[in-house]
Ligand binder design. Sequence first.
Ligand code: FES
Length: 92
Amino acid sequence: MMAMTILSFEQHRIEMRPGETVLQALCRNRLFVPYYCQVGSCKTCVVRVLDGAPPADSQLDLMPEQIARKCFLACVAIPRQDLSITRAEELA
Ligand code: FES
């Protein structure tokens, strides 16, 4: 059996459900990040990786500066390994 994927956000530790997006997991835990379209087009839901790798396909169409800062779209990101994230505007 595969280990549960853990999403860390601020002081929260969320067990991801199979097939769940980062945005869905945050909403399920009543953690607010801005979002709108939920299909990867409006780019409202940008968040940033603190530790781990941005999930596959979650950086398509982002600007090079955003990719360099490990930003990704929460609404299309399905993590397959543990991931620690923060709000995109909080610069390290
Ligand atoms: S909510 Fe629109 S791109 Fe994620």
